[in-house]
Design a protein around this ligand. Structure first.
Ligand code: BGC
Length: 382
């Protein structure tokens, strides 16, 4: 990690600790609503830290959600809260009943990383009726007024970083091409997936239209709005693998794929397994594959030249921000947001806090992921 990065990380950590400590000493009664910079208001009961906070996470099957849940849980406990941390095995009904239990147990705030962004309206409206505040975590919750805040990484930017990476690596502005591309998109029920795809497609579609990029499978959305046609339900590795197998078998008997646009690491992993079993060799004809999350298996694949990049979202900073927001809500303080325009859930524009994602490649694994303490060198075989 560069000196500056280290400094930024240390400053962020210190300001969270100080922030929570400052909050703890202010004891703002918070009985009247306060207006945040972006126009957000809080009307929580206010007062002291403490009470139950519900944390609803989608699944343990993906590494990132385990890290997210654990980190937020630890921070809230340290700040004096009780927590209920639940995982729902990617099952919508299970997540709804977990939220209902949290509501009935008297939670003050719910932090929800939804499975299906459209399915939680009733459960959250019951929470709102009891004065419980809701923070949508990482994924926006749609179609209901009963979501108070949203904290996430800049999802459109994630896609832009993937698209720009492909454009730069292939030198699309100057090289003649054509290059073969296979694009994938995330789960159709995840609101983030649309933003990831749009960010990448806004960069790449002009090259598809000009013929510099060709998509032999024909699975090439004409517009951003068609992204669901190439979405992989549940972000499942095995589904991405069989989709890639199908595309290779049907369209690549006499050619090679040059680039695979994968929106995240769980899909990239399946795509990489497919490439492997179809005889592609790293360092020889292996295509450029994108990803997101810096999952351990994918970072190891990057070191083995099977994945060109990942978009890293340091989920510790998201947890830090959400812990701060919870604390601000409970104490009736102004809740910090930095975007009040982008995330319209169909019923309201949800005041949001957006964090910055960053590209990691083989060359920056050590400086970005190891020196920041996200992984130990030994986790990655370094
Ligand atoms: C998250 C990604 C994750 C994906 C699959 C998205 O909502 O933002 O980080 O890779 O879900 O779990």
């Amino acid at each position: 990690m560069s000196r500056t990065t280290k400094l930024v990380a240390l400053t962020a950590a210190a300001s969270l600790t100080l922030g929570l400590a400052a909050c703890a000493s202010e004891r703002d009664p918070g009985t009247s609503p306060t207006t945040a910079g972006g126009g957000a208001t809080t009307t929580a009961g206010g007062g002291e830290a403490g009470g139950l906070i519900g944390i609803a996470m989608p699944t343990r099957s993906l590494e990132r959600w385990n890290n997210d849940g654990k980190h937020l849980d630890e921070l809230l406990k340290k700040a004096g809260y009780e927590t209920s941390l639940q995982y729902a095995d990617n099952k919508v009904d299970q997540q709804i009943s977990q939220i209902e239990t949290m509501v009935n147990s008297g939670a003050k705030v719910l932090v929800v990383a939804s499975i299906d962004g459209e399915a939680l309206g009733n459960a959250l409206e019951a929470a709102a009726a009891k004065g419980i505040k809701v923070i949508a975590y990482d994924r926006l919750i749609n179609g209901t007024e009963a979501v108070d805040y949203y904290a996430t990484f800049d999802n459109y930017k994630v896609g832009t970083l993937q698209g720009e990476f492909v454009k730069e690596q292939l030198k699309l502005d100057s090289e003649a091409g054509p290059f073969t591309l296979e694009p994938f998109a995330g789960s159709p029920d995840d609101n983030n997936a649309k933003f990831f795809f749009s960010g990448a497609w806004d960069v790449l579609l002009p090259f598809v239209e000009s013929g510099k990029l060709v998509v032999p499978s024909g699975k090439s959305p004409k517009t951003n709005d068609d992204w669901k046609s190439i979405g992989i339900q549940g972000w499942e590795t095995a589904k991405a693998q069989s989709e890639m197998d199908n595309r290779l078998n049907a369209n690549y008997q006499d050619k090679k794929v040059d680039v695979v646009l994968s929106p995240n690491d769980s899909l990239a992993l399946g795509i990489e397994q497919s490439l492997e079993s179809n005889g592609y060799k790293p360092g020889a004809d292996w295509p450029l594959v994108t990803g997101q999350d810096a999952d351990k298996a994918n970072v190891i694949n990057m070191l083995a030249d099977k994945q060109a990049m990942t978009v890293w979202k340091d989920t510790r900073t998201l947890g830090d921000q959400v812990a701060l927001m919870v604390d601000q809500i409970v104490k009736g303080q102004t809740v910090e947001v930095n975007d009040t325009e982008t995330y319209d859930n169909g019923k309201k524009v949800v005041p949001s806090f957006l964090l910055a994602p960053q590209v990691v490649t083989k060359d920056t694994v050590k400086s970005a992921l190891v020196e920041s303490g996200f992984y130990k060198a030994s986790d990655l075989g370094l």
